[in-house]
Design a protein around this ligand. Structure first.
Ligand SMILES: [Zn+2]
Ligand SMILES: [Zn+2]
Length: 384
């Protein structure tokens, strides 16, 4: 991870204050937001980089560790050269939003698939976070705590004193791989496999790390605050690289996958980016029209119901759905006339008087219906 200079990415010096980091991040994130560069892969990559840099530099503890790695280049590297998997050290701090709104992930790939499972990598951990309906839409930060085998910092997970008390593995000569012959029906073949003595690291521990007694990890409660971006859904997940289980022999730690359980809302229903609500209106509002109050994400919204609105009419309030990196959805409002449950004798009499005064010709739908019944069945009907 230290091969990317997060300070340069945000255009800051190493002594930047947390306020300077915040404002640089805001400015750049706005400039490169995928909303303003649809289909621009370079901008999407830049946006991802900016987020990655901010995720590390805005977190005091991660920044400290990053600064340390920046000053000690090669710490995460392989002391013996060659192809052993002792790389990556404590892992990066990359948050990747995946499977958000179908295939339209602007960060591209990054999840599953492309990454080859290394023999010396720690297991992944899954955590589910409960979110309120609106928190998932607006974004929020949540504290996560779970128990894992955390890589020992004193030996960088290697189990060797100071992280460097090794000798070259005598079995494989430091390559981490061994060749062996295999007889098959096609003849004798040479196979290459992981060295059984060093597990592919190419080295053997001379002095054990006194902190972790050579294990390379501690069983520990890991706790941190994760920034959940606006617009996550029940099938979204967030990956925190290197926050899974520590690997044996200083290999790369696994990843933490964060999934979401989203509570239902009292009024709104969500489908991807769109929101839906059914709102009761009175008979009078349906006939005369008028302003009604409907629920929105930030606050309630006023909606103008035109006169002569039928029960079940669906209105679309554009841009008042869920805001995501791929665009913003709409809010769909269905109005339903609420029929009073109990009317007094006097009210019923007045309703009767009113109904009798309305003529069939002023009821468009009823008139059309009556005409069709008459055309097909040869029978005349009045208002009903
Ligand atoms: Zn070996
Ligand atoms: Zn240790």
């Amino acid at each position: 991870m230290a091969n990317k200079n997060y300070y340069e990415i945000l255009g800051l010096s190493k002594t930047a204050t947390s306020d300077e980091i915040k404002s640089a991040y805001r400015k750049l994130a706005k400039q490169y937001h995928p909303d303003f560069h649809p289909g621009d892969a370079a901008a999407a990559e830049k946006f991802k980089e900016i987020n990655e840099a901010n995720a590390v530099l805005s977190d005091e503890q991660k920044r400290k560790q990053y600064d340390y790695e920046l000053e000690h280049p090669g710490m995460g590297g392989n002391p013996f050269g060659g192809g052993n998997p002792f790389g990556g050290g404590m892992g990066g701090f990359e948050d990747i939003i995946s499977s958000m709104f179908g295939g339209g992930n602007p960060f591209g790939g990054g999840f599953g698939g492309g990454e080859q499972k290394r023999p010396n990598r720690g297991a992944d951990i899954e955590q589910t976070v409960n979110l309120s309906f609106l928190d998932a839409i607006k974004g929020c930060s949540k504290e996560i705590s779970y128990t894992r085998n955390e890589p020992c910092t004193a030996c960088r997970g290697t189990g060797a004193k100071g992280g460097n008390s090794f000798k070259v593995c005598s079995c494989c000569g430091g390559s981490g791989r061994i060749k062996y012959q295999q007889d098959t029906i096609f003849g004798r073949t040479i196979q290459v496999g992981v060295c059984p003595d060093c597990g592919g690291t190419g080295r053997q521990v001379l002095d054990k790390c006194p902190d972790c007694k050579g294990k390379g990890y501690f069983k520990k409660e890991t706790r941190f605050t994760v920034n959940i971006p606006a617009g996550v859904d029940k099938d979204s997940s967030l990956r925190k690289r290197g926050f899974g289980q520590a690997a044996p022999n200083g290999g790369e730690a696994g990843d933490l996958y964060i999934y979401f359980r989203i509570e239902p809302h009292k009024l709104l229903r969500r489908e991807d980016r769109d929101l839906f609500v059914t709102v009761p209106i009175s008979y009078r509002t349906a006939v005369q029209g008028g302003k009604i109050i409907v629920p929105g994400v930030e606050d309630t919204i006023e909606l103008n119901v035109p006169e002569c609105t039928a029960s079940g009419t669906k209105f679309c309030i554009r841009g008042k759905g869920v805001k995501t990196v791929n665009g913003t959805g709409n809010l769909y409002v269905t109005v339903e006339i609420d029929i009073p449950a109990k009317l007094s004798r006097e009210q019923l009499r007045r309703l009767n008087d009113f109904e009798s005064s309305v003529q069939l010709k002023s009821c468009d739908n009823m008139l059309k219906y009556s005409n069709n019944i008459s055309a097909v069945y040869g029978r005349r009907i009045d208002k009903q």
